[in-house]
Design a protein around this ligand. Structure first.
Ligand code: DLZ
Length: 164
């Protein structure tokens, strides 16, 4: 069970369903690429460690986090068991970052309600670059790892529900 200050890369491998044969889409934002590339790497490595074949992972890039909503909305039309959205928004001098975060959070949430493919929320929202680095393979772990485990668990959830 995750708790406050939980390391994002820590999980009980025995709690992760067998992901062999699962197909996972990843949409990744180019903004703050040093961070999002690390998130992507974490997600890919963790998916593969848990049985997803490399050829069953498709990665598409979008310019910024705001475009994650459009990119993910297109990806869920394809035959994926889950789609992960990865981005990093860092607090700036204006409220711009808050509008982006609100839009992305609302957009990805809505996608989870209106269609059947689980969408996984991999948006890092931090006050500065240091906090982002800490969550992209630093002392807080890697949000990409957490998203990969969540994608597998939600894909398994979907399979069970659709079997009933
Ligand atoms: C414009 C902008 C700003 C200021 N900051 C970020 C950010 O921290 N992280 C991010 O992913 N994208 C940022 N963007 C770009 C927007 O997400 C979007 O790409 C543009 O507003 C064009 O729609």
């Amino acid at each position: 069970m995750a708790t406050k200050n939980h390391n994002l890369s820590d999980y009980d491998i025995n709690s992760v369903p067998d992901a062999t044969g699962m197909k996972v889409g990843i949409v990744v934002a180019e903004w703050n690429e040093n961070i999002t590339a690390a998130l992507l790497n974490g997600a890919q490595q963790t998916l593969m460690k848990n049985g997803v074949f490399p050829e069953d992972i498709e990665v598409m890039t979008v310019p910024g986090s705001f475009e994650l909503v459009y990119g993910t909305a297109q990806m869920v039309k394809k035959n994926f068991d889950a789609v992960i959205a990865l981005g990093c928004v860092i607090r700036g001098d204006t409220p711009h970052d808050r509008y982006i975060c609100q839009g992305v959070t609302y957009g990805l949430t809505r996608l989870n309600v209106i269609q059947d493919t689980p969408v996984i929320y991999g948006l890092i929202t931090t006050l500065d670059m240091q906090q982002a680095e800490e969550r992209a393979g630093g002392k807080m772990g890697n949000k990409g790892d957490e998203c990969a485990v969540t994608a597998i668990k939600m894909a398994d959830f979907r399979r069970k529900i659709e079997k009933d």
